[in-house]
Design a protein around this ligand. Structure first.
Ligand SMILES: CC(C)(COP(=O)(O)OP(=O)(O)OC[C@H]1O[C@@H](n2cnc3c(N)ncnc32)[C@H](O)[C@@H]1OP(=O)(O)O)[C@@H](O)C(=O)NCCC(=O)NCCS
Length: 152
């Protein structure tokens, strides 16, 4: 499968599709109003991925850019498109883009129960830097902190 990945700052172009992706992907999705704020925040890099045969977005990520560091805030792939490498392509392309933005260190936090995401981050090369007990779900679920040094 061929994919097309594009990056932007401060763009509401994909707001409706990203709102749907959020609803399909998270137990506490960002609503349209929150997304409007995040997508227009000039510090946030928006990355979207499409299959080359479709116009619809099949995945997206949102990354806070604070050179030389960045924080990966969101990654989501459409449920029907999961498990075939879309998330891996999205993150690989994102890392290439971050390098051009002078980012050398990327951080993120993820629920300790989110197996697909834990595997994806490890596969891409992130390493565990910590565990924050009770970070999610009103204190019932811990968070794993990851970081990655970019040096291709
Ligand atoms: C996490 C997520 C983005 C992964 O996207 P994806 O397109 O399915 O990922 P890929 O197909 O590239 O898989 C990457 C790796 O993750 C792992 N993985 C994928 N789906 C998995 C599953 N259901 N169970 C366990 N591991 C899984 C595999 O190790 C895979 O590596 P492989 O190619 O060697 O098999 C997707 O599951 C998703 O959108 N989840 C809901 C939103 C979310 O939780 N986001 C992350 C927290 S912000």
């Amino acid at each position: 499968m061929n994919y097309v990945v594009s990056h932007s700052f401060n763009s509401l172009e994909n707001l409706t599709e990203i709102t749907l992706l959020e609803q399909q992907s998270f137990t506490s999705p960002w609503n349209r109003e929150s997304l409007e704020l995040e997508l227009s925040n000039p510090l946030n890099l928006i990355t979207v991925i499409r299959s080359s045969s479709e116009v619809e977005i099949i995945g997206y990520s949102l990354t806070r850019i604070l050179p030389p560091e960045a924080e990966l805030l969101r990654v989501a792939v459409r449920p029907q498109a999961r498990g075939v490498g879309v998330g891996s392509v999205l993150l690989s392309e994102l890392l290439q883009k971050l390098l051009t933005l002078k980012i050398t260190q990327v951080y993120l936090e993820v629920s300790e129960k989110n197996r697909p995401a834990l595997s994806l981050y490890q596969k891409i090369g992130f390493t565990t830097t910590g565990h924050r007990p009770g970070y999610y779900d009103n204190g019932s679920t811990g968070a794993i902190s990851f970081s990655l040094t970019i040096n291709f």
